[in-house]
Design a protein around this ligand. Structure first.
Ligand code: F3S
Length: 398
């Protein structure tokens, strides 16, 4: 692979041990995927933050790199941690877990990473421009950034995103190149999509059907940020999809030549099948909303649903969002409205990366297919998917 003089210098370790290791990883990845060279990036989104996921080995590595003076060269933000950094006790998180999670956050901070702890960095100040090369490792944000923003990133892992942040480079292959971004199948949507939940079902059904590739959606009349973020999450959960185009909605759709592509029809029955596949038997006792993290608009919607109603005794309503959206929603009174009705709004973490089993609940109901896909394996709980209104209503009185 062709490296510049500066990149060779990083690789040799002359700019520090961590930069050297980071560059080794970037170069090794580039060689595996046949990249001819590296490309400069403008931002990184780093996953692998939860202590529950990376454990003591990950914590020690991060502290070692931070102590060795490693510093990021581009704007770098963090994925959700394993707990709300302020209200961790209310989640059932223990002292030891708390202590180790805080050490992880501090290590990232010492390296210059912004400790945003959200999977919606694009709603929290990390908003790349059209055409920017970036290295993001949150799969839902990868799909959103490629498709909706027109930025360019492969589906990075936590270590490769951190390595990219420390070197300012990523290998030039896959979704960084025009050919990797071309539509590979037309998805004709024959169902009416009336809510983000239905976009989630669509994403899950298409991810299962295609597995990989770049779907080109036709037949969707309008889509808002909340629809596109939950669609992105579901496409990446059931398949290995890193990008989609949507006719009349996403910026690169008009450049696509779709003549001769395979045509996939998705009907209302296909959405129903996705819902059934993700729903296990059992009575839900915990409604979880916020996968990906809720926007301020979604927090307002939950507050509206709760007007004049209360969470039933023995049930829970846990809502997940970024610290940035939490603060804004608190300023507008939505957090107070949700909590006055018996719900809880947590920031910095989510139902998949926190130890949800410590909540004491046994069956989660959600509007997000990604959450329902992962929660049974990460926490051992049952899961069901419904619309936002019916998931929330499931745990309310009356
Ligand atoms: Fe975000 Fe957690 Fe879902 S990271 S996309 S809320 S699984």
């Amino acid at each position: 692979m062709l490296l510049t003089g500066e990149e060779e210098r990083m690789l040799s370790g002359a700019e520090g041990r961590a930069v050297g290791k980071g560059m080794q990883l970037i170069v090794a990845l580039g060689e595996v995927f046949g990249a001819e060279r590296l490309v400069r990036i403008t931002s990184a989104q780093i996953a692998g933050v939860s202590y529950g996921n990376i454990g003591d080995a990950g914590l020690e590595l991060l502290e070692d790199w931070a102590s060795a003076g490693a510093r990021v060269r581009v704007k770098a933000t963090l994925n959700p941690a394993g707990m709300d950094l302020e209200r961790w006790r209310e989640m059932g998180v223990g002292e030891e877990y708390y202590g180790k999670q805080i050490r992880i956050i501090k290590a990232f901070e010492r390296m210059g990473v912004e400790t945003t702890c959200t999977c919606t960095p694009y709603l929290a100040g990390n908003l790349p421009s059209f055409g920017d090369h970036i290295a993001w490792s949150e799969s839902s944000a990868v799909v959103y950034a490629n498709s909706v923003l027109g930025a360019r990133t492969n589906r990075e892992g936590g270590p490769s995103a951190l390595a990219a942040a420390l070197t300012g480079r990523t290998p030039l292959y896959g979704l960084h190149l025009d050919e990797g971004r071309r539509a590979t199948a037309i998805v004709e949507v024959g169902a009416e999509l009336r809510s983000p939940h239905e976009f989630s079902l669509l994403g899950y059904a298409v991810g299962m059907r295609m597995g990989a590739g770049v779907p080109f959606f036709e037949g969707i009349k309008r889509a808002e940020v909340e629809d596109l973020k939950i669609l992105s999450a579901a496409l990446a959960a059931s398949g290995g999809i890193g990008m989609f185009h949507m006719k009349g909605v996403t910026p690169e759709a008009r450049f696509q030549d779709t003549a001769g592509l395979e045509r996939i029809l998705v009907s209302a029955q296909d959405l129903e099948k996705a819902r059934e596949r993700l729903s296990s038997h059992g009575e839900p006792d915990l409604a979880c909303i916020g996968c990906p993290h809720c926007s301020v608009k979604e927090l307002a919607e939950i507050a509206r649903i709760l007007e004049g109603r209360r969470v039933r005794a023995g049930k829970g309503l846990w809502v997940w969002t970024s610290r940035a959206a939490y603060d804004e929603a608190k300023r507008r009174g939505y957090v107070q409205a949700i909590e006055a009705a018996g719900g809880k709004v947590f920031a910095d973490t989510c139902m998949v990366v926190c130890p949800l089993e410590a909540s004491g609940f046994s069956h989660m109901v959600t509007n997000s297919c990604k959450a329902a896909h992962y929660v049974p394996s990460t926490s051992g709980m049952g899961a069901s998917v419904r619309s936002l209104e019916s998931a929330v209503s499931e745990v309310l009185e009356g």
